[in-house]
Design a protein around this ligand. Structure first.
Ligand SMILES: [Zn+2]
Length: 247
């Protein structure tokens, strides 16, 4: 393959721009803010579940407390009525009087039990409410952290994207200056050789694999036509002669 020396030199410019674009794409993928956001999304989901569970606890305990209060009210009303019948002497029958008195005693005991139970439920509800408030605050903190990370990530993306569009804009005219067959060879080698398709021959060394060429290879290069497209004997990359190639 042959290509004008100037076109071969442009290939090195193209390689530099492609390397910049690869580096930017890698930086975009490996952005620490993006990884941190993924971790945070997991923590937010967990905290959200905990908030929902605590809300359910509070709501269940509130319902339980309401039910107990209703029961207490029923007992109080019944006791007041019994007491009134006793106080006003409405009950003349001794048997009935005894029954009524024993009912008042049992109602009083029932009221005491219900009030103890209510106190216990109230304490549990307060604990749940406290836990819910703590979890809600934690969730809000995580949301703020997420918004901050998101904005930092987007800022980093914008910076990377601006650099990438500048490099891409520069790359288009450079590619146009390289002959199609050389470009195809470059693209093929680049794809199979870690993103480096063309390298300068500098001081007798291939800048692609960083190995020095043998004297025999250097002599062959000295004898080659200026427009011959050379390949590194070690890494097979396109080897481009530059002013300080050491020939
Ligand atoms: Zn090489």
């Amino acid at each position: 393959m042959n290509a004008p020396p100037a076109a071969q030199l442009r290939l090195l410019d193209l390689q530099a721009l492609d390397a910049t674009l690869d580096r930017l794409a890698h930086r975009r993928r490996a952005l620490p803010e993006a990884a941190a956001l993924e971790v945070l999304a997991g923590r937010l989901a967990t905290t959200h579940d905990e908030v929902v569970r605590a809300e359910t606890d509070v709501s269940d305990l509130t319902g339980e407390q309401d039910r107990i209060e209703t029961d207490v009210q029923v007992v109080r009303t019944r006791m007041a009525r019994d007491q009134e019948r006793l106080d006003t002497g409405q009950v003349g029958n001794p048997r009935e009087l005894e029954n009524l008195q024993s009912e008042v005693v049992s109602l009083r005991r029932r009221q005491g039990d219900l009030e103890d139970k209510e106190l216990e439920v109230m304490e549990r509800r307060e604990e749940s409410e406290h836990r819910l408030a703590t979890l809600r605050a934690r969730h809000a903190e995580l949301l703020a952290e997420e918004a901050d990370l998101r904005s930092r990530r987007d800022q980093a993306f914008a910076g990377i994207d601006a650099e990438a569009s500048a490099a891409a804009a520069e790359r288009t005219p450079v590619r146009a200056e390289v002959p199609a067959d050389l470009l195809a060879l470059y693209d093929r080698i680049r794809a199979s050789s870690g993103g480096v398709g063309a390298a300068a021959l500098q001081h007798g060394r291939c800048e692609g694999c960083r190995l020095s060429l043998s004297p025999v290879a250097l002599n062959a290069i000295r004898a080659a036509a200026p427009d011959a497209v050379l390949r590194c004997e070690e890494c097979s990359r396109i080897l481009v002669r530059v002013p300080d190639s050491g020939l």
